[in-house]
Unconditional design. Structure first.
Length: 476
């Protein structure tokens, strides 16, 4: 069965099967897995001068007796540390060639593959190249997409096309868990890695060797992960996804090479995945009861009701203090602080250390605690803990002697439901009729109280009614 906690490899099937890769001989054969045959063949590693590529190269020599390695990168021997890497790896007895090659250029790749000698034919391909260009979805641009897609997608397709007629033992794509689980700010990177997963599935379907490993974060800092801050790492650990040690990651690589699965996710997970934005990881972890002050609950709906109930028992000043404490607690958790006292109420979120990604995480946590429909720009619209608490207070807290805020909170739930509904024509008409009735009754009461005239909606069309709802609630 699918693992629930602390399991290193998960995938979308219900069981893990151990088969060897089938060859293109007109039929598939299922046999015991065999180790890589790298002693008399060439192993190609794209991104080979990077941190992870170099780590894998050393492992293949030490663990799989790889004797002939071809490591490529955009700069090749001119890459920082390339000469030292070559000397280090050759110290283990292997023949190592470091070449400058843009694998996304089909001509350059073809020229490189032509240099591989016939007495040491290419048998193993490991595509480990890639770069990051993170940004929130609204800031993604064609340039950012191209920058990430070129070394991942274009290079992977060229490797597939130019090696599909070779008798390879392994074709390994280094993908990312961002494509399977999602990760804030990495829409371009997630899409590029999902392409690698799909390419592996395509090769697998046609009988070609293929393994796409969706890695989580490695402890070993690379050029791609060097920009991660302590806050970023703390946020990932809180979500239940922990970094891979070199030893653990390389052991998972060996395991993946033994499985006849085109797509595997390799990342340690824990019960803390209940706070992860991925529904897949949340489903793997046992549900835990949390309080509004810590940002979680047994169910989202009951949490919002409990919060409103708590506010009803407080005076206006204490309501604001309660909500400010809630904001400070969540802000401290997002930034990795041990206490909410480090979050100054009047200090702008930007000065506290929030960026676009942490801003989205704070919005998500506040949404989970309150069940209000809040925009991704929440902390930019309300730029300090005090300002944000005031906004929550206006939306949630019942006014003295009245129930209008409570009604508005209920309407917020209706708004969210209408925004998510996919209805047939009959269902749409039924919802419209009900809303029309409610609006008519409300208009009659308002006009009676104000001694004004009623607003006649009897002759309104369905589209006109929905226009009213969209204008009122901002539903698009």
């Amino acid at each position: 069965p699918l693992p629930t906690t602390n399991h290193p490899i998960t995938h979308t099937h219900h069981a893990i099967r151990t088969f060897s890769q089938a060859r293109r001989t007109g039929k598939f054969t299922l046999t015991l897995p065999q180790p890589l045959n790298t002693t008399k063949s060439t192993t190609l590693i794209t991104g080979g001068t990077g941190t992870l590529g170099a780590l894998v190269a050393e492992h293949l020599i030490a663990r799989h007796d790889a004797a002939h390695l071809l490591l490529t990168s955009r700069r090749g021997p001119d890459a920082p540390g390339a000469q030292q890497l070559k000397e280090h790896l050759e110290g283990f007895g292997a023949q190592v060639t470091i070449a400058a090659c843009d694998a996304a250029d089909p001509d350059a790749l073809a020229e490189l593959l032509a240099t591989i000698p016939d007495d040491h034919p290419l048998k193993t391909v490991i595509h480990a190249a890639g770069i990051l260009d993170d940004a929130p979805l609204e800031n993604q641009t064609p340039e950012r997409l191209a920058a990430v897609f070129r070394p991942k997608v274009d290079a992977a397709w060229n490797l597939h096309e130019q090696t599909k007629n070779l008798d390879l033992d392994a074709f390994v794509l280094f993908s990312s868990a961002a494509g399977t689980l999602g990760n804030p700010g990495q829409a371009n990177y997630a899409a590029a890695n999902t392409y690698l997963d799909a390419l592996a599935a395509h090769r697998h379907h046609t009988g070609l060797p293929a393994t796409s490993i969706a890695w989580g974060l490695w402890e070993h800092t690379s050029a791609m992960t060097s920009a991660l801050t302590t806050t970023d790492l703390a946020r990932m650990k809180r979500s239940g996804v922990h970094p891979l040690s070199d030893e653990h990651g390389l052991a998972l690589l060996d395991t993946a090479l033994q499985l006849n699965e085109p797509h595997l996710v390799a990342t340690p997970i824990t019960a803390a995945t209940t706070t992860h934005p991925s529904p897949l990881l949340r489903a793997l972890a046992p549900q835990q009861r949390r309080t509004a002050a810590t940002g979680a609950s047994t169910t989202e709906g009951s949490n919002a009701k409990d919060l409103v109930a708590q506010l009803e028992e407080l005076t206006t000043d204490k309501q604001h203090r309660f909500l400010l404490d809630l904001v400070q607690a969540h802000a401290a958790a997002v930034l990795g602080h041990s206490t909410a006292q480090t979050i100054a109420p009047e200090r702008p979120f930007k000065d506290l250390g929030f960026d676009s990604l942490t801003a989205v995480e704070l919005r998500n946590r506040i949404t989970g605690a309150t069940q209000l429909r809040l925009p991704p720009t929440l902390i930019f619209d309300h730029p300090s803990p005090t300002a944000l608490a005031a906004e929550l207070h206006a939306r949630l807290a019942p006014a003295a002697g009245g129930s209008v805020p409570g009604i508005l909170s209920e309407l917020g739930g209706i708004e969210a439901a209408l925004a998510a509904v996919s209805a047939s024509d009959d269902e749409r008409s039924a919802v419209t009729a009900r809303l029309e009735s409610l609006l008519r009754k409300w208009s009659v009461r308002v006009n009676e109280q104000a001694d004004g005239t009623d607003t006649d909606l009897a002759s309104a069309t369905d589209d006109e009614i929905f226009d009213v709802i969209e204008n009122e609630f901002g539903i698009s």
